[in-house]
Write a protein that binds this ligand. Structure first.
Ligand code: SF4
Length: 229
């Protein structure tokens, strides 16, 4: 664990140099357009199992209809479904969004997550207890909404972590998230999450990864296997 932790600053530096930015939310992400932690949670629900482009369109539609998240509960079901239709699986998503808003009000007495910003343990417990919310969405909300530690592991990061040798081949996405949340220092978590997503899209693709061009191949178990430098 210490060996991986010690390499994180260098891996972050190499990725930031390669992608020309330190790892900040891009305008193409719906999370970029969120004003508070509750909005980050709702926007993250829209990003599940779809592209950022589709999720952004759905989020823009929703923001046009509702200036405040609580107003979503006043929307007619058909109107909500139509608004989030670009993200797909909209009936299930609409139920999740409504269920989450009701549960947050039930737990906190307001349509806001800000009371959780000073209590990481309670924030993690409440976010994971919300209906339809798993550890990845919870970690996204912790990190990008509340500014608290957490390292969301999506399919890109899960794949990279196994290829890098950070976790074993049998490690689940949930195990991987627990491990990386612990091993990656908080100050690198947001930037590295975004940079690794870029890496997964550009170099560490599901099929035919471009290890020869990968900026972190010298830190990667799989990359080093085929390295002839
Ligand atoms: S060297 Fe290859 S397998 Fe390793 S992170 Fe880079 S692209 Fe992925």
């Amino acid at each position: 664990m210490n060996e991986i932790r010690s390499k994180i600053p260098e891996i972050h530096r190499l990725l930031a140099a390669s992608f020309g930015e330190p790892g900040v939310l891009h305008r193409s992400s719906p999370l970029y357009w969120c004003d508070n932690a509750l909005e980050v949670l709702l926007a993250t629900i829209l990003t599940q199992a779809t592209s950022d482009k589709n999720a952004l369109k759905a989020w823009q539609n929703l923001k046009q209809l509702c200036k405040e998240p609580r107003q979503i509960l006043e929307l007619d079901e058909a109107v909500l479904i139509k608004a989030i239709q670009p993200a797909g699986i909209m009936t299930r998503r609409s139920q999740t969004i409504r269920g989450v808003l009701q549960a947050i009000y039930g737990r906190l007495g307001e349509y806001s997550l800000e009371p959780l910003a000073k209590d990481p343990k309670l924030a993690w417990e409440i976010l994971n207890s919300l209906p339809g919310i798993g550890p990845k969405t919870a970690a996204c909300t912790m990190l990008f909404g509340l500014g608290l530690p957490g390292f969301p592991v999506d399919t890109h990061i899960y794949r990279i972590a196994r290829r890098m040798g950070w976790v074993g081949p049998k490690s689940t996405p949930a195990d991987t998230q627990v491990f990386l949340s612990e091993v990656i220092p908080f100050e690198y978590q947001g930037g590295l999450h975004i940079l690794l997503l870029n890496l997964g899209r550009r170099y560490c693709r599901p099929k035919n990864p471009d290890c020869a061009g990968c900026p972190i191949r010298h830190h990667c178990g799989l990359g080093m296997k085929g390295d002839t430098d």
